[in-house]
Design a protein around this ligand. Structure first.
Ligand code: 6PG
Length: 249
């Protein structure tokens, strides 16, 4: 489903509302709400909104478990840290138990950080599917999502739940969830904002399937659903027929 919001702030409110809705669906059934958070700049405002009303008090934070779809291999206090961004925007402002925050230790050697995160995922999800109730994802202008970058060997990883990735174009190491984990999620929600994403958004959704070039196309949940929450600027190159049909399809 694609939902077009009038602007970035409305998109962020939509993302916060989706988080609350999915939490209220999962908690009665599963007794916990497991989320893989996205990094980058787009979701920060959504996390800030979740730390306030009317969202925060609608969530039983004691039963929320937060993971990250990917992390940069830097210490938490580094401005590039996805965990550091989330701590400042959300974690420092909500009553989530420390033990429910399952971060990638970006300060470790990449391979050690990935190995430790894999162990955390294995301990938490056991041998069954790594089923997140919700996975927020972003979309890079090059078609990447999480740290699944074009032509990267990790695109073909089907066994490991998490892996270290060297991103040559950024000269940076990262740890990422792998495609099978993202595809085991109950709901995957891409948050896409800004005109700089308009071309890649159209290619990913409406273009030919080329996951090596557009890794976001690898995300096709096996049993779950994919939602695209986009603002009007990002949607500006979607087929006119689609845009004219209204904001939800
Ligand atoms: C990261 C993200 C990455 C991000 C996209 C979009 O760690 O950077 O996981 O996949 O979602 O690069 O980034 P922006 O939201 O900053 O445009």
């Amino acid at each position: 489903m694609i939902e077009i919001f009038p602007d970035a702030e409305a998109l962020m409110r939509g993302a916060a509302e989706l988080f609350v809705e999915q939490a209220q669906r999962a908690l009665p059934v599963r007794g916990r709400f497991c989320v893989a958070l996205s990094g980058g700049s787009t979701p920060k405002r959504a996390y800030e909104l979740l730390a306030g009303e009317p969202y925060c008090s609608r969530i039983d934070w004691s039963r929320v478990h937060l993971f990250w779809g990917d992390e940069r291999c830097v210490p938490p206090k580094d401005a590039r840290s996805n965990y550091g961004m989330t701590r400042a925007a959300l974690l420092d402002h909500v009553p989530i138990p420390a033990g429910n925050v399952h971060r990638v230790r970006g300060e470790l050697r990449p391979a050690d950080a990935a190995e430790e995160y894999e162990k955390i995922l294995n301990q938490f999800f056991g041998s069954g599917p790594t089923q997140f109730d919700l996975a927020f994802l972003g979309l890079g202008a090059d078609g990447h999502t999480a740290s699944l970058f074009p032509a990267a060997p990790v695109l073909h990883e089907r066994v490991r739940r998490a892996a270290e990735v060297h991103v040559a174009e950024l000269d940076m190491w990262r740890v990422t969830l792998t495609a099978p984990v993202l595809n085991a999620a109950a709901v995957v929600a891409f948050l896409v904002s800004g005109s700089d994403k308009s071309d890649v958004l159209r290619q990913v959704i409406f273009g030919p399937r080329e996951p090596e070039r557009l890794p976001a196309q690898l995300v096709q949940p096996t049993a779950g659903e994919t939602r695209w929450l986009v603002d009007r600027a990002a949607a500006s190159r979607l087929p006119a027929s689609f845009r004219a049909s209204g904001s939800k399809l």
